[in-house]
Design a protein around this ligand. Structure first.
Ligand SMILES: [Zn+2]
Length: 161
């Protein structure tokens, strides 16, 4: 038996105010995106904003449905929109935030495995990593450069052999 250890790497900032202006602006866009969240069932609002190399911003928010599995997370709403409309304009960074009136969120909400896997595919399509910025309210911000730290066992065809 062999024991393996995997180290992941991310940065924590005390608040959005510690980020550079470009990242702060993207966080503002993520908060704006959250306003269009359709989340009457979970009452958990999520907003995502992508900054593309051209400077264009893409917003996404979680879209729920009475047939629960038909809904989609904010990240994938934004990422699939990118793939469908701007695949030649690389994603530089993605900011994600969340809010619920049900309880206080004290730390960033990490994306689900499906969204991380989709982001991994986007990185592969554009052949460069995406800076991910996760934050809530006035709390700490988690930043990583590229998806692999958040999903070290991501599924890639190249890893099958
Ligand atoms: Zn998700």
């Amino acid at each position: 038996m062999t024991n393996h250890e995997i180290k992941i790497n991310f940065w924590e900032y005390a608040s959005v105010k510690e980020l550079d202006t470009i990242d702060q602006d993207l966080c503002v866009e993520a908060v704006k995106a959250m306003k269009n969240s359709h989340s009457p069932y979970s009452k958990f609002r999520v907003g995502a904003a992508l900054l593309l190399k051209s400077g264009k911003i893409i917003q996404g928010s979680n879209q729920e449905n009475v047939a629960y599995p038909s809904g989609l997370c904010a990240e994938r709403v934004a990422l699939f929109y990118w793939g469908a409309n701007h695949p030649d304009d690389p994603i530089v960074s993605m900011a994600v935030t969340a809010h619920t009136d049900e309880f206080e969120l004290k730390r960033p909400v990490t994306s689900c495995g499906s969204c991380l896997q989709v982001l991994a595919e986007c990185e592969k399509m554009q052949n460069q990593p995406v800076k991910v910025i996760l934050f809530v309210g006035q709390g700490p911000v988690w930043v990583t450069n590229g998806i692999e730290s958040f999903l070290p066992f991501l599924f890639f065809e190249e890893r099958l052999s």
